[in-house]
Design a protein around this ligand. Structure first.
Ligand code: AMP
Ligand code: ZN
Length: 112
């Protein structure tokens, strides 16, 4: 999608602090970190949110979780939180599917 921030980051048109990239996805550090470790994992393909996951793209979503597990191992973070906000009320500010990976501090539950 031409006017989507994360599509532009995936295409390299907007710079990011890249952590990992393959043909299907990209991981980069959040510009406004909410924990000592805070990165985002996104598909290169535009999917608006987790509400748009279906049989046609769920293999890609599974791949994103494989990448999350691999990066967590590489970074030595055994305890972490994976968050995907869907819609305005839940706090989604970028309408391109992304998984936040947060670690390095105590987390509270329930989330705010
Ligand atoms: P959400 O609010 O759940 O949609 O998450 C979007 C996240 O993208 C927020 O945590 C922002 O800090 C982050 N973000 C926005 N713009 C950028 C950018 N240019 N590079 C890295 N992270 C960004
Ligand atoms: Zn997009």
């Amino acid at each position: 999608m031409s006017d989507c921030l994360f599509c532009k980051i995936a295409a390299g048109e907007i710079p990011s602090r890249k952590l990992y990239e393959d043909d299907l996805c990209l991981a980069f550090y959040d510009i406004e970190p909410q924990a000592p470790v805070h990165f985002l994992v996104i598909p290169k393909q535009h999917i608006a949110s987790a509400a748009e996951v279906d049989a046609g793209n769920s293999a890609l979503v599974a791949h994103l979780f494989e990448v999350i597990a691999k990066l967590a191992k590489e970074q030595g973070i055994g305890s972490f939180r994976v968050v995907s906000n869907v819609g305005e009320q839940a706090g989604q500010s970028v309408p391109h599917l992304h998984f936040h990976v947060l670690a390095g501090r105590d987390m509270t539950w329930p989330p705010g």
